[in-house]
Ligand binder design. Structure first.
Ligand SMILES: NC(=O)c1ccc[n+]([C@@H]2O[C@H](COP(=O)([O-])OP(=O)(O)OC[C@H]3O[C@@H](n4cnc5c(N)ncnc54)[C@H](OP(=O)(O)O)[C@@H]3O)[C@@H](O)[C@H]2O)c1
Length: 308
């Protein structure tokens, strides 16, 4: 049996030597040089290859090459195929670092200094006490939990929100729809690290923005479809929000004529907050190939009903 590798972002030249080093006897094939698709029982995928997975009749396990799985189009995946998420300490670390950097940029007013410099103005602003700068994190899973701990360790006042109850030291945790208003109330900064599911699509909307402190900022590192783009533009226009840092977009790359490109209150990064790092992720991938072959439970197996 063979293991298929397919990604439009991850470089097989970086992944394959590490995977082969850990599994020298394994037969890895890289799209499109795949030989007979009926011999593939495990696929390492960022998304489905062109034409889908129908020809891979022996496929039993898909290991995602991303932490999120929505891009795998689960509804078109053969029903018996098990799917595992990528939980990579290197990726998690990059995400926590990105969020801390984005928060410090706002808290230390670098966004304001960037703008006033261009206007030739000298604007003296000292940072507020971190204890008076509550930050909320939507999603307290592998990544959101690490982001929350990183910000709390940097003396910010941190709240987190998840579907099920959580306990994290120095983080006030809120749960579900009923916990959402208390979580949002008065936040100065909101970070979205949710998975994209029917329940979370469009969650970053006017209804939510108006519950934050006036002049709050938004950081979206979840998925582009979490954000209602027109609601963000309206909130920036009204001053309810004073900045947004966006790493993910409805369409990537963002179309050339999109209003975000030139918006002075929006900082965009091209989906780089956290990429999988083969150095730290190859071990997990190899362990899941072994588990797939043994018919054992996968590490970080996706709950296809829950959608994340
Ligand atoms: N920008 C990037 O480069 C990048 C990189 C990696 C990942 N991501 C995004 O980050 C997401 C999270 O990754 P992860 O590894 O942290 O996922 P995870 O471990 O599955 O955590 C997901 C968190 O979201 C919460 N959640 C899900 N649905 C919810 C709902 N309806 N209401 C409230 N909370 C909800 C979960 O609550 P429970 O704990 O109660 O289940 C959990 O705390 C990915 O799905 C992807 O979209 C982006």
């Amino acid at each position: 049996m063979t293991v298929l590798f397919y990604s439009t972002l991850d470089d097989p030249a970086e992944w394959l030597p590490r995977l082969r080093g850990l599994m020298p006897k394994e037969d890895f094939v890289v799209w499109p040089e795949i030989g007979d698709p009926r011999t593939v029982d495990v696929a390492l995928l960022l998304m489905q290859p062109p034409g889908g997975l129908g020809a891979f009749t022996a496929l039993r396990v898909v290991q995602s090459l991303g932490a999120g799985v929505n891009q795998l189009a689960l509804d078109t995946m053969p029903p018996g195929v098990r799917v595992a998420r990528l939980v990579d300490p290197g990726l998690t670390e990059r995400m926590a670092e990105y969020c801390l950097l984005a928060i410090l940029r706002y808290h230390r007013s670098f966004d304001v200094f960037e703008r006033v410099q261009r206007a030739g103005a000298w604007a003296y602003r000292l940072p507020e006490p971190r204890s008076g700068y509550p930050i909320g994190i939507m999603g307290l899973g592998e990544i959101g939990g690490a982001v929350a701990r990183r910000l709390a360790a940097n003396q910010f006042t941190v709240r987190g929100w998840s579907r099920r109850p959580k306990q994290i030291a120095d983080v006030a945790c809120f749960t579900g729809e009923h916990g959402l208003p208390a979580f949002l109330r008065g936040l100065r900064a909101l970070i979205c690290v949710l998975p994209l599911t029917p329940a979370t699509e469009g969650i970053l909307s006017a209804r939510l923005f108006e519950q934050l402190a006036p002049g709050a900022v938004l950081i979206n590192v979840g998925r582009g479809l979490h954000l209602v783009e027109d609601d963000l533009l309206a909130a920036l226009q009204s001053g309810q929000l004073t900045g947004a840092t966006l790493d993910v977009f409805r369409e990537e790359p963002l179309p050339a004529n999109h209003p975000f490109w030139s918006h002075k209150l929006i900082l965009m990064t091209p989906h780089v907050a956290g990429a999988g790092d083969p150095d730290t992720a190859a071990g997990l991938v190899v362990e899941n190939i072994r588990r797939a072959r043994a018919g054992a439970p996968l590490l970080h197996e996706l709950d296809r009903e829950r959608g994340y």
